[in-house]
Design a protein around this ligand. Structure first.
Ligand code: ZN
Length: 401
């Protein structure tokens, strides 16, 4: 039996509420004074909670695999991140807050420089974001459709933008329109399957039309297109797990990821207090909440140990308000590790804490990587975290007689 079929068969609805808090890139490795960020942070509330919770470490994708936030989030939402792939173009579109539909192919774009058919700069000298916005506006005003395919564009930062092709009969089996190295001839997107001919042709015509519009805009006088991707065919959380889920996240990409699995996206301001307020306001309306805190990851990526510690401490200070809602199941974890020492995501397992009326109390001294390793949940794949949440909410029936 497929894993999804098992859950469809065993899950039941009830009144119990599950709250999943994801501190992005939470995990660390020993760095300043031999401590991780969680070990350095002063977190009285998290530590007290760890004492009476079940803890463990979760492996985001597979051992040794460093995940992006896309697959890492799919896993904590209970999906096999290898089975369900989210294409680069889709992820990028979600990241800039574009609405994506099942008829779309989303593509990552770069402004670039072309001279006599040769790509001489793949980033057009990293044009300022303001110039990018101006160029995207000009292109959008003049190029709304190619044949029956709608052209939808949005600026990213510097030379980056996202293109959505919206229409019928589109395919993502198209090669990148990018020579990948400077000093090589321009490459136009090619179909990789018979059904992709239309998409490749539209994409190539898009590039040529854009070049006409940009002909006096050197260094941004052409575009490269990469990562053609269709909306992934992911069954919703409602369908598999029988929950009514809602997401609270401040960054577009995470709202987009939550939407991909069928969550309602709740309004929230930028601060953690805003997010907690949104949780309180909507507490009666859903039975599964995903609350995302982004800055732990951002500071980890910057190598800013001190500020990552501060974000953890800020979360700790807000924890009593969250506990006051009395979720039946509360999980606090990360989607992956982002050790400040590495200034990047990493493969290291992530601290995972689960509190319910039916969990073991592990009597741990603190909520840290080292303490969680001693916890009763052991080390497990992040995608199984959802099963633990459902079980602790008494939402999983017995398997077999
Ligand atoms: Zn992440």
């Amino acid at each position: 039996m497929e894993r999804e079929e098992l859950f469809k068969m065993l899950t039941v609805r009830n009144e119990k509420k599950i709250l999943l808090v994801v501190l992005d890139g939470l995990g660390g490795i020993p760095f300043k004074d031999g401590k991780t960020e969680l070990e350095a942070a002063n977190t009285p509330n998290l530590d007290a909670l760890a004492k009476e919770s079940s803890c463990g470490l979760s492996i985001p994708v597979r051992e040794g695999i460093t995940p992006g936030s896309g697959p890492a989030h799919l896993a904590i939402f209970g999906y096999d991140p290898i089975k369900y792939e989210i294409g680069r173009g889709i992820l990028e579109a979600l990241g800039v807050g574009m609405d994506v539909t099942k008829r779309d192919v989303a593509v990552r774009g770069n402004f670039a420089t072309i001279e006599n058919g040769i790509i001489t700069d793949r980033r057009a000298g990293r044009i300022p974001t303001e110039v990018n916005r101006q160029l995207i506006k000009e292109i959008s005003d003049r190029l709304k459709k190619i044949d029956d395919v709608e052209i939808i564009l949005k600026s990213g930062r510097e030379h980056r933008f996202v293109l959505i092709l919206r229409g019928d009969g589109l395919s993502d089996e198209v090669s990148d329109g990018d020579p990948e190295k400077e000093g090589l001839p321009q490459k136009l997107p090619q179909p990789l399957a018979p059904q992709a001919g239309k998409t490749a042709e539209i994409a190539s015509r898009f590039i040529k039309e854009v070049e006409k519009i940009l002909k006096d805009k050197h260094p941004a006088n052409t575009v490269l297109l990469r990562g053609f991707s269709k909306y992934p065919d992911i069954p919703s959380m409602e369908e598999i797990f029988k929950v009514k889920p809602a997401a609270i996240a401040t960054y577009p990409m995470y709202r987009g990821l939550a939407k991909l699995v069928g969550m309602d996206i709740l309004d929230t301001g930028e601060s953690l207090q805003d997010e907690v307020n949104s949780l309180k306001e909507n507490w009666g309306k859903y039975d599964f909440f995903y609350l995302h805190v982004k800055k732990t990851d951002s500071y980890g990526e910057d190598g800013n140990f001190e500020n990552k510690v501060k974000v953890i401490e800020e979360f700790d200070a807000h924890l009593p308000q969250i506990l006051a809602l009395k979720p039946d199941v509360l999980v606090i974890t990360g989607d992956h590790s982002t050790p400040s020492k590495m200034k990047s995501h990493s493969w290291h397992p992530v601290p995972f804490l689960l509190k319910s009326s039916y969990c073991f109390n592990d009597d741990l001294k603190a909520f840290t990587e080292r303490e969680c390793r001693k916890g009763s949940l052991g080390v497990f794949y992040a995608q199984e975290g959802m099963a633990l949440m459902l079980a602790n909410a008494l939402r999983l029936k017995k398997f077999g007689a």
